[in-house]
Ligand binder design. Structure first.
Ligand code: ADP
Ligand code: ZN
Length: 745
């Protein structure tokens, strides 16, 4: 017997499977991990196929050393997925196989934990006779008594009653009365998530209708749905019900959320409803816990998995459904190699396994909605909120007028008034300030010098409190004191510019002394369970006003919130990225959707210096369709994705001249490549060697070769060729190909 093995080495020259001899009596199946000799080393690998014969000459053949587990760690469906992703990414399969396993499993860094266990090997009567016969048998008799009922007990458990039982247990085993053996034990992660009982809602007609479309697809037919429901329409309830049906049909489900830490509510519902058949994969799990959760899923003991994007690769048994909640979030894109879009991976998995895919959002991505319109997904719409709660009223505050009338505060007159009224009624408010820190950056008012990070081409951020008035870089974490004079001109008018969450909080305190507030941003949430504590503070009502960055916009459901303020809409609209309009619309709509979710009506105030901007208007009317049509047209006319690809070769090096040189070489190499392939050349709209907006980051100089291309099979082939070209290591630099990355700083 022979087997093909993908050896766990990521290198172009090792990309193909190697043939090994399977020793007599060793039972292997595809997907199983094995240890194999490779050169002079021992390596881990994954079996891809088995065969009766081979055309590899016998003297070249070497034997598999041993299986690493006695089961296939990677089930056939995931093997197929890894193969497909390797082809699409033009990368070795070893690289995509790594996605399918918990990282800690490679290199044997975690092992199943075992527990010594004891059990009786004789009938009860015999054991009782032994107790009676052994007049002086203190510990031994005690232990026998504990085991009399015939159930196995771990030594640890026995230790609770009998001190230091090991010696006595050994003797009992020698006498043939009991047996001691190892049992695999699972590390059950300590849950910091609370459980919430199933409220047992009766579905609304809208929810019923959506569910009725989904359920028939669960019979093995499969299908893909885009569930577009306004905020508060009860989308969660729809897919929870669908998950319940999936379980009832004996299948399993995967639920993906943008970030586990930001969705404690979902996890709580989940735990409450599905109990121990649920596995929650989050970043605070230890290596061992992660491995154990993975094994519970692989064995089919955990049949509902909730996690962030990498959970799409969970080895769920008999997969019935994948849900992607808040499908528009950019965290679903994995930028770095091997790059993937979780939505595409999930679709491919569902097709292969005849499962159902549900993409849910109040503000679907332009890409997904375009696909639904084209018929790739079945569109399910829920235009109404649960229990006829109205959508909140949205008003626009023109900040230019405020300035004219002498209001220099970050809060407009209407927002101040609304906050006062809200507080007086004892209700809660949320203020969005999508910039963190007290004052964003420090600059000189005489010469315009901006204090930048010594490692990055990014301005340093100033914070009060906690940091003793230091400046910090949010990209690399470096810290420096505030200069008292300008390092450039020596002047002393070096001051802070721009307002952040702390500034807003300060103004709220001045406006409403004594009203408790809580702040949620990068700085307040960095500690362990930072999000959970802040949200609990607000949920319990101890804090009345929540002030935060974009992280507060996500999936939160607080029935007492009746007022939402977007403090500086322009900051979101003016980012240098073709997606900033889409992101801004999503942000405003999502955050507005936090208001009026309970029985109290909601009010939203958007502050802007540019009230005539159409995106502000669409957001104010919460008109997704109109926004989609306008944005879709703009992308088509302006040749932006999804009508084109924006790609770049990114070069990072500690040496500036190395980065420069490689960028020039890449530019030339691409041009030469295209000269030979006119059919590719025709698909390239722009090709320039143009430095990125951030030329220095985390101590590395950065350069890029930017490309805008049409979407076509030829372009894919071109990207494939580029990937192969970039696979060779570069002296003193890292070189990446990025296609439609989430950010292009
Ligand atoms: P969405 O995700 O669409 O914004 P949610 O799923 O968070 O909306 O639901 C909004 C609120 O309505 C939640 O508090 C939820 O518990 C409640 N809810 C959902 N479905 C029902 C129902 N059928 N009856 C009563 N309340 C419901
Ligand atoms: Zn930095």
């Amino acid at each position: 017997m022979y087997c093909q093995v993908i050896v766990d080495i990521v290198h172009e020259n090792v990309a193909k499977p190697y043939t090994y001899l399977v020793p007599e009596g060793m039972d292997l199946s595809p997907g199983q991990r094995v240890a194999v000799p490779f050169g002079r080393m021992e390596k881990e690998g994954v079996v891809t196929a088995l065969s009766e014969d081979t055309n590899v000459s016998p003297e070249k053949l070497r034997q598999v050393l041993r299986p690493l587990e006695d089961y296939a760690a990677i089930p056939p469906e995931l093997m197929a997925l890894a193969r497909e992703m390797a082809e699409e990414n033009h990368c070795p399969m070893a690289e995509t196989l790594r996605l399918m396993l918990p990282a800690q499993m490679r290199g044997g860094r975690v092992h199943p934990r075992t527990e010594k266990t004891a059990r009786l090997t004789v009938f009860r009567a015999e054991a009782e006779a032994a107790i009676a016969a052994n007049k002086r048998g203190g510990k031994r008799n005690e232990l026998l008594r504990l085991l009399l009922d015939g159930n196995a007990r771990s030594v640890k458990e026995l230790e609770e009653t009998v001190r230091e039982p090991r010696e006595a247990l050994k003797k009992l085993q020698q006498d043939g009365l009991i047996e001691l053996y190892d049992v695999e034990s699972m590390r059950t992660p300590e849950s910091s998530f609370t459980e919430v009982k199933d409220p047992g809602y009766t579905l609304t007609p809208g929810q019923r209708e959506a569910l009725d479309e989904i359920l028939p697809a669960l019979d093995g037919r499969g299908g893909a749905f885009l569930l577009h429901g306004v905020t508060g329409s009860g989308k969660t309830e729809v897919f929870m019900a669908a998950v319940r049906s999936t379980l009832a049909a004996g299948k399993s489900a995967i639920i993906l959320v943008p970030e586990i830490a930001l969705t404690p509510q979902m996890v709580a519902w989940f735990r409450g409803r599905f109990g121990s058949v649920a596995a929650v994969i989050h970043s605070r799990l230890s290596a061992g816990e992660r491995y154990d959760e993975w094994r519970r899923i692989r064995r089919g003991e955990a049949r509902v998995v909730i996690g962030a994007r990498s959970a799409v690769f969970s080895p769920a048994r008999n997969l019935g459904m994948i849900v992607i909640d808040e499908e528009h979030e950019s965290t679903y894109l994995n930028d770095r190699h091997p790059r993937y879009d979780t939505r595409e991976v999930a679709l491919s998995r569902c097709r292969r396994e005849n499962a159902v895919l549900i993409l849910a959002s109040a503000t679907p991505s332009i890409l997904s909605f375009a696909k639904a319109r084209r018929g790739d997904y079945t569109l399910l719409e829920m235009p109404d909120r649960v229990n006829d709660h109205p959508l909140p009223e949205v008003e626009i505050a023109d900040m230019r007028r405020e300035l004219e009338s002498g209001n220099r505060s970050v809060l407009s007159g209407v927002l101040r008034q609304a906050l006062k009224e809200c507080a007086a009624r004892g209700e809660q408010a949320i203020l969005l300030m999508n910039r963190r820190g007290y004052h964003s950056f420090v600059s000189c008012r005489s010469c315009g010098y901006v204090v930048k990070c010594p490692n990055c081409d990014i301005s340093m951020t100033y914070h009060i409190g906690g940091y003793d008035g230091t400046l910090r870089c949010h990209y690399c974490g470096s810290v420096m004191p505030i200069p008292s004079t300008c390092p450039s001109c020596g002047g002393k008018y070096i001051k802070f510019f721009g307002a952040g969450t702390q500034k807003v909080e300060e103004e709220v305190h001045k406006l409403l002394p004594g009203v408790p507030t809580v702040r949620m941003d990068y700085d307040t949430t960095s500690g362990k369970d930072g999000h959970g504590k802040i949200l609990e503070e607000f949920r319990s009502g101890r804090a009345r006003i929540l002030i935060g960055t974009q992280m507060i916009a996500k999936g939160l459901d607080f029935p007492q919130v009746t007022l939402v303020g977007v403090v500086a809409a322009d900051l979101a609209l003016n980012l240098p990225d073709y997606r900033s309009r889409e992101r801004a619309f999503q942000l405003f709509t999502q955050v507005a959707g936090r208001a009026g979710r309970g029985s109290l009506p909601g009010r939203v105030i958007i502050q802007t210096y540019k009230p005539e901007d159409p995106v502000i208007g669409f957001a104010a009317r919460q008109d997704y369709r109109a926004f989609f049509e306008s944005e879709f047209r703009r992308r088509r006319n302006g040749l932006y994705p999804p009508f084109t690809n924006l790609a770049r070769i990114l070069i990072e090096s500690a040496q500036e001249n190395t980065a420069d040189r490689i960028a020039r070489e890449m530019d030339t190499a691409v041009r030469e490549l295209l000269e030979d392939r006119p059919e590719w050349r025709r698909k390239i709209l722009t090709l320039i060697n143009d430095p990125p907006s951030v030329q220095y980051l985390r101590g590395k100089h950065r350069r890029q070769v930017l490309m805008k291309t049409l979407v076509s099979p030829e372009t894919e082939a071109f990207f494939g060729e580029l990937t192969v070209m970039l696979a060779a290591p570069f002296e003193g630099a890292d070189v990446y190909l990025e296609v439609n990355p989430t950010t292009m700083i």
